[in-house]
Write a protein that binds this ligand. Structure first.
Ligand SMILES: Cc1cc2nc3c(=O)[nH]c(=O)nc-3n(C[C@H](O)[C@H](O)[C@H](O)COP(=O)(O)OP(=O)(O)OC[C@H]3O[C@@H](n4cnc5c(N)ncnc54)[C@H](O)[C@@H]3O)c2cc1C
Length: 115
């Protein structure tokens, strides 16, 4: 999402599209962003700043620094996998076992999509 804040408003979780594009899972991304959201709320109350500029700098920018790359990577994988039929995917994964691709996949962080 281009922007997840407005004056006096912060979006978190599904409403902010903090969701893994290839699985639809939003627990990890939503909880990760909610820490930034909570910290920002405390800071906003302390400094009496509820304007979108402040919320963007403190929340929108920071959660994206942590999750944007993973979401973009997930979108790319999703686009690639969507091109395959179920039959082709089954073949790909059964070949993966033979080619030991599963070992590579197992070493990945499947939430942030990094090794
Ligand atoms: C069947 C299913 C299986 C899933 N499995 C997984 C999984 O295995 N792993 C994973 O990571 N994610 C999974 N997800 C996704 C995950 O559940 C969501 O990403 C996550 O719950 C989003 O949390 P949230 O707090 O943003 O939204 P929600 O959990 O949807 O919370 C929003 C809350 O707002 C309330 N609400 C809505 N409108 C209003 C209103 N007008 N006023 C007051 N309250 C309102 C709703 O009742 C709800 O309680 C699954 C989703 C579904 C549907």
């Amino acid at each position: 999402m281009k922007n997840t804040v407005s004056n006096r408003i912060l979006l978190v979780g599904d409403s902010a599209c903090q969701v893994k594009p290839f699985s639809g899972g939003g627990i990890i991304y939503g909880l990760t962003a909610s820490e930034y959201c909570a910290t920002t709320c405390v800071k906003a109350l302390k400094e009496s700043r509820f304007d979108s500029n402040f919320l963007k700098k403190e929340y929108d920018k920071k959660w994206k620094e942590k999750l944007e790359k993973s979401i973009r990577r997930g979108l790319l994988y999703r686009k690639i996998l969507d091109k395959f039929s179920d039959k082709q995917l089954n073949f790909l994964f059964s070949s993966g076992k033979i080619l030991k691709l599963t070992r590579i996949l197992e070493s990945w962080d499947m939430d942030l999509l990094m090794d």
